[in-house]
Design a binder for this molecule. Structure first.
Ligand code: IDP
Ligand code: MG
Length: 139
């Protein structure tokens, strides 16, 4: 099944550095429609659950600490081929490997603090969207 929606978070480092406006502008300019949006903060339990797939990885503790240290912007984005096109827009996990012009190339500091999340599949986009937004918060 393919859908036309993906889920994103502007992570605590991007919010701390004042990049919310610039990143949302780039998302809009790239043809995505924002269909849900909020400033929120994940609890430790939220982050452990959201990133459960990584819980055996050596960086898991660091990842949870980072993702809970301040507010994030959570959003659902709509566009044809949204999941794949948004992964292209954000660039590689490690900003050192990210293509020119991508959000991570422009705004990420390191593989850990990489500014933005993008769902990796339609299934996870739906799960992650429901994690952060009720039905009445999605337009
Ligand atoms: P993705 O965000 O590009 O899908 P994943 O491999 O799913 O990358 O990793 C989830 C998040 O975990 C990354 O975005 C990054 O914040 C963090 N992460 C991934 N690999 C490392 C690492 O080697 N060291 C520290 N943090 C990492
Ligand atoms: Mg991932």
């Amino acid at each position: 099944m393919t859908t036309n929606r993906t889920f994103t978070m502007l992570k605590p480092d991007a919010v701390e550095k004042g990049h919310i406006g610039a990143i949302l502008e780039k998302i809009n300019a790239s043809g995505f429609r924002i269909v849900a949006l909020k400033l929120t903060q994940m609890t430790k339990q939220d982050a452990e659950s959201f990133y459960a797939i990584h819980n055996e990885r050596p960086f898991f503790g660091e990842l949870v600490e980072y993702m809970t240290r301040g507010p994030i912007v959570a959003a659902i984005l709509e566009k044809e081929n949204a999941v794949e096109d948004f992964r292209t827009l954000i660039g590689a996990t490690n900003p050192a490997d990210a293509a020119e012009g991508t959000i991570r190339k422009l705004y990420a500091a390191s593989i850990g603090e990489n500014a933005v999340h993008g769902s990796d599949s339609d299934e996870n986009a739906a799960i992650e969207s429901a994690f952060h937004f009720s039905g009445r918060e999605q337009f």
